[in-house]
Ligand binder design. Structure first.
Ligand code: HEC
Length: 104
């Protein structure tokens, strides 16, 4: 293997690792933030009158939180929750809840 090819391979491995670590941190931060959600939303994915939020597509999850924040979606409880959340916090929550599978 030529030196350049080896360097390129090493660089791309580093990049993949860095991305993985970054994603893990996001999920961990989301898990930390989720404490204020699971008092209402069931982690099992059960709908007890409050909709399930596990296993969602992360982008759709952020969109929905933003729509509560902007009051486009009308629900007082969720508006109160979403208003103080930053986009980064929403993305972390989305990443975390996306990793959880609803129990059948
Ligand atoms: C006080 C109870 C309560 C808390 C705490 C709460 N939620 Fe909710 N959430 C609700 C209710 C009730 C709805 C349904 C609102 C509606 O009809 O639009 C909802 C809806 C949602 C939806 C949309 C679900 C759907 O099927 O459209 C998402 C996503 C969501 N919540 C995320 C969160 C996150 C993330 C947190 C924590 C940061 C959180 N919620 C905290 C009560 C709560």
């Amino acid at each position: 293997m030529g030196l350049l090819i080896r360097l390129a391979a090493a660089a791309s491995t580093t990049l993949v690792l860095a991305t993985a670590v970054h994603a893990d941190e996001k999920v961990e931060y989301g898990e930390y933030l989720s404490g204020s959600c699971v008092t209402c939303h069931q982690l099992s994915g059960a709908d007890n009158g409050i909709p399930a939020i596990v296993g969602w597509d992360a982008e759709a999850f952020v969109e929905v939180l933003l729509s509560y924040k902007t009051k486009e979606r009308d629900n007082k409880a969720m508006q109160t929750i979403a208003i103080p959340l930053s986009k980064e916090e929403m993305e972390a929550l989305a990443a975390y809840f996306a990793t959880i599978k609803a129990k059948e």
